[in-house]
Design a protein around this ligand. Structure first.
Ligand code: ZN
Ligand code: ZN
Length: 146
């Protein structure tokens, strides 16, 4: 397990690689992610199309297998004002494994910043595709809904 760089992009193969890239992005953002969770559909599938609106704080994942849509984290609270846009990899694929990470307020378990990292199932690119300041309360409860 190791991240490799080609041009300006990072590539990896495992969820650990995706988590490592998320953490390094979050450190550069000065809100280090300390808790992580990968997304899994109720049907067991782990690949999704992803739509986000960072301004509104909304992320929607759509299962590539059964088509179920899920509002990630606390997105349901903000979806009415949102205009989510679909993400596409540089290889033009739109199916990703998703890793969520959060930073918390010091000395608490309360979410401060939310990151969503993607692993492209076609070309193995990994990267944080969306992040925003997020006041969602308890991190464990939040990450149970990604
Ligand atoms: Zn599914
Ligand atoms: Zn790709």
């Amino acid at each position: 397990m190791a991240l490799t760089k080609k041009g300006e992009f990072w590539y990896g193969t495992t969820s650990g690689d995706t988590q490592a890239e998320l953490r390094s992005y979050s450190v550069a953002n000065r809100h280090e992610a300390v808790r992580f969770a990968s997304s899994k559909c109720d049907c067991g599938c782990r690949t999704f199309a992803l739509q986000t609106d960072e301004q509104a704080g909304v992320a929607i994942r759509t299962c590539t297998d059964c088509g179920q849509e899920h509002l990630m984290g606390d997105s349901a609270d903000y979806v009415e004002e949102a205009a989510p846009e679909a993400h596409e990899c540089v290889c033009e694929n739109e199916a990703f494994e998703l890793m969520s990470g959060v930073s918390v307020y010091e000395g608490t378990h309360d979410v401060r910043w939310y990151y969503i990292a993607c692993h492209c199932v076609e070309c193995n690119l990994v990267g944080v595709f969306a992040d925003w300041k997020c006041e969602a309360g308890d991190a464990a409860a939040f990450l149970a809904k990604v």
